[in-house]
Design a protein around this ligand. Structure first.
Ligand code: DAH
Length: 354
C-alpha cells in the first residue's frame, strides 16, 4: 500500500491539513482491520490517539491555524477521532468475545461436582469451659480482672497472709524466678492487686494460667483457675453459699448437691472446701469419686481481715467472700476425662471430640 506523507508542509494550508487528516484516517482503518491480537489494538490506540499519537498531533496544532478555519478543522478532527475510536472498539470487542468463546470451550466447569469442605477449627475444651463459667459470673454482675502470671511473691503469698517461711506455703509447690518473684501458684494473687486499685463494693472474677511444680494423672505444672470474690458491707457466708449453689447448678445441673467442709486457707477465715455430689454416679459411689459419692470442686471462705489490711481496706467496715476453682477439674467432670495431661498435649484426635 502506498502511503502519502502525513505532514505535507510546515506552513499551514487548509488543503494540506485536510489531506493529512484523511491520510491518517485511511492508514488507521487499514491497520486496525489488519490487527490480529488485542495487543495490536492497544498499540494502534497509542499510535493514533495516545499523547504523542498522529491524530493528537493534529489536534494540538489547532492553535496555530487561522481563527475562522478552526471550527471547521476542529469538527473534522473530532469526527476523525470518533471514527478511529469506534473502529478500535469494534475490533477490541471482536477479539475479546472470541477469547471468551475459546476459554468457555476449553475450560469447562462441571457445576455438579460437590464443593470442597473447608475444615474449621474450634475452641479448646478448656477455653470453652472457661468461657461458660465466666459467663455465669458475668451474668451475676461480676467484672473480669487480670493479673500477671510472673508475679511478685508479695501478691501471691505475703498479701494473702502467707508469711515468709510459714508452713502454709508448702501447700503449693512453687516455681521461683527469684527470691521475690514466682510463677503465680493461684489466681488468688489478683485479689489484693484489684483491691489496691478499687474500693468496695467489688464483684470480681479473675481467670488464667497458674503454675505448680507437680505432674501426674491429676496434676500438670500449668493449669487454669478461676478466682472470684465479693467485698462490701454486710456480706455473709450465706451469700457465698447462694452464689456457689447457683453457679454449680448452672454448670452441673439443678439436681447436684453441695457440701461445705471446714478447711484452712491463710487468706480466708472461716475457710471451706466444697464438694458436689458425684456427677458420674449421682452420689451412689464409683471410681471417679473414690466410692464416697462426693467430689471436691472448690476452695472458698470469708476473706481474712488481714488481707483487707494489706489492701488498705477497713476490716471493721467490710466483709466479703472468695472462692477458687480449677478449670481442668470442671472440664474433666463435664466431659468424663480421666487424665488431665490430655489437655495440654494438643492431640487432634482428643481435641476433635469436643
Ligand atoms: N487459691 C486456692 C488454691 O489454689 C483456692 C482457693 C481457696 C481460692 C479458697 C479462694 C479461697 O479464693 O477462698 O488452692
Amino acid at each position: 500500500m502506498i502511503q502519502r506523507p502525513l505532514i505535507t508542509s510546515s506552513k499551514w494550508s487548509k488543503k494540506g491539513m485536510l489531506n493529512d487528516i484523511e491520510s491518517i484516517k485511511n492508514l488507521a482503518r487499514d491497520e486496525i482491520s489488519n490487527a490480529r491480537r488485542l495487543q495490536d489494538i492497544h498499540n494502534l490506540k497509542v499510535k493514533y490517539l495516545g499523547k504523542k499519537g498522529l491524530l493528537t498531533a493534529k489536534l494540538k496544532s489547532i492553535g496555530s491555524i487561522p481563527g475562522e478555519e478552526r471550527p471547521m478543522v476542529g469538527r473534522i478532527l473530532n469526527e476523525s477521532r470518533n471514527f478511529i475510536e469506534s473502529l478500535l472498539r469494534k475490533q477490541e470487542d471482536k477479539f475479546r468475545s472470541s477469547e471468551l468463546d475459546k476459554s468457555l470451550r476449553t475450560r469447562q466447569i462441571d457445576v455438579t461436582v460437590p464443593g470442597c469442605f473447608i475444615p474449621t477449627g474450634h475452641l479448646h475444651p478448656i477455653t470453652r469451659v472457661l468461657d461458660e463459667i465466666s459467663g455465669i459470673f458475668i451474668s451475676l454482675g461480676f467484672t473480669v480482672e487480670e493479673g500477671p502470671e510472673v508475679e511478685l511473691d508479695y501478691y501471691n503469698f505475703e498479701a494473702l497472709n502467707f508469711p515468709k517461711d510459714h508452713p502454709a506455703r508448702d501447700m503449693q509447690d512453687t516455681f521461683f524466678i527469684s527470691d521475690d518473684v514466682v510463677l503465680r501458684t493461684h489466681t488468688s494473687s489478683v485479689q489484693v492487686r484489684v483491691m489496691e486499685r478499687n474500693s468496695p463494693p467489688l464483684r470480681v472474677i479473675a481467670t488464667g494460667k497458674v503454675y505448680r511444680c507437680d505432674a501426674d494423672v491429676s496434676h500438670i505444672p500449668m493449669f487454669h483457675q478461676l478466682e472470684g470474690f465479693m467485698v462490701d458491707r454486710h456480706i455473709r457466708f450465706s451469700d457465698l453459699k447462694g452464689v456457689l449453689e447457683l453457679f454449680i447448678h448452672r454448670v452441673f445441673g439443678p439436681d447436684t448437691s453441695l457440701r461445705f467442709r471446714p478447711s484452712f486457707f491463710p487468706f480466708t477465715e472461716p475457710s471451706a472446701e466444697i464438694d458436689i455430689s458425684c456427677v458420674i454416679c449421682n452420689g451412689s459411689g464409683c471410681n471417679v469419686c473414690g466410692g464416697t459419692g462426693w467430689i471436691e470442686i472448690l476452695g472458698a471462705g470469708m476473706i481474712n481481715p488481714r488481707v483487707y489490711e494489706k489492701a488498705g481496706y477497713d476490716p471493721e467496715l467490710y466483709t466479703g467472700f472468695a472462692f477458687g476453682l480449677g478449670i481442668e477439674r470442671v472440664a474433666m467432670l463435664k466431659y468424663g476425662i480421666d487424665d488431665i495431661r490430655l489437655f495440654p498435649e494438643n492431640d487432634k484426635r482428643f481435641l476433635e471430640q469436643f
